[in-house]
Design a protein around this ligand. Structure first.
Ligand SMILES: [Zn+2]
Length: 250
């Protein structure tokens, strides 16, 4: 056991009302943190999803023009399974998302529109895990995660992207935390127990993607993945199943 594993994870702060989750692809939130989203919407909090792409390059056997609307439908169903009805798409190109000012501007615009206190994204680090030799993360996740961390500040500065104010999007400096799901360096956790069944249902909505990914029965694969992920950090969270986040306070 490393020192990191020995440290208890505090609960993610709960004194907020609006969250915006920004990720690269349909399925990123379902693999990352849907059980936490379910418990937030249960508590009456508002959660919106912003997808930077439609995941059109995600299924080898389905051409992008057919895949994009299919994955959009699956994403909307996934969101609904955990109580989220606001799902937006930015239409950057799947697989070749570029980190840069265009991406930061698009995300800052969404943050100004939604005015969240909590912004959620997926692992922005180069690898999955915390050690040498950790499996490499994908460039889309790295680009979007980094841009989200930056855009949380950009959204509050009237002199960065002044054209947004001309479009009626006033600065929003109210983001208090950016919470990064599936990070190898978690700092906080949310109890995954109450939302676990809906998290399984939510990931299962990406059926076309999962059927192309594995020969296993989707129901079995999804239940095992979500349950194992939630159990992995239980020892650091009082024995409870956990969705973990690396939290960057602002
Ligand atoms: Zn992804």
């Amino acid at each position: 056991m490393t020192d990191n594993e020995a440290t208890d994870l505090p609960e993610l702060p709960g004194d907020w009302q609006r969250a915006l989750a920004v990720v690269a692809h349909p399925d990123d939130l379902e693999y990352g943190c849907a059980a936490a989203v379910a418990s937030w919407t249960d508590a009456g909090k508002e959660v919106g999803y912003l997808l930077v792409t439609r995941g059109e390059a995600g299924i080898d056997t389905i051409a992008p023009d057919v895949c994009a609307p299919l994955r959009e439908r699956e994403q909307r169903a996934s969101a609904a399974a955990v109580g989220v009805t606001t799902v937006e798409f930015l239409d950057h190109r799947d697989g070749v998302i570029e980190y840069g000012t265009a991406l930061r501007r698009d995300i800052a615009a969404a943050i100004r529109r939604h005015r969240p206190e909590l912004v959620v994204t997926l692992n922005h680090r180069d690898g999955w895990g915390d050690g040498p030799g950790a499996p490499r993360n994908t460039p889309d996740h790295v680009a979007v995660g980094r841009a989200v961390l930056d855009a949380a500040s950009d959204a509050g500065n009237r002199w960065i992207f002044p054209e947004l104010a001309d479009q009626g999007l006033a600065p929003w400096d109210g983001v208090r935390w950016v919470a990064v799901a599936a990070s190898g360096f978690p700092t906080h956790a949310v109890d995954a127990g109450p939302g676990l069944e809906r998290a399984i249902e939510s990931l299962l909505c990406h059926r076309a993607y999962i059927e192309a990914l594995t020969d296993r029965k989707p129901e079995e694969y999804v239940r095992e993945f979500v349950t194992e992920t939630a159990t992995r950090s239980a020892a650091r969270f009082g024995g409870r199943p956990a969705v973990t986040f690396e939290v960057f306070p602002r």
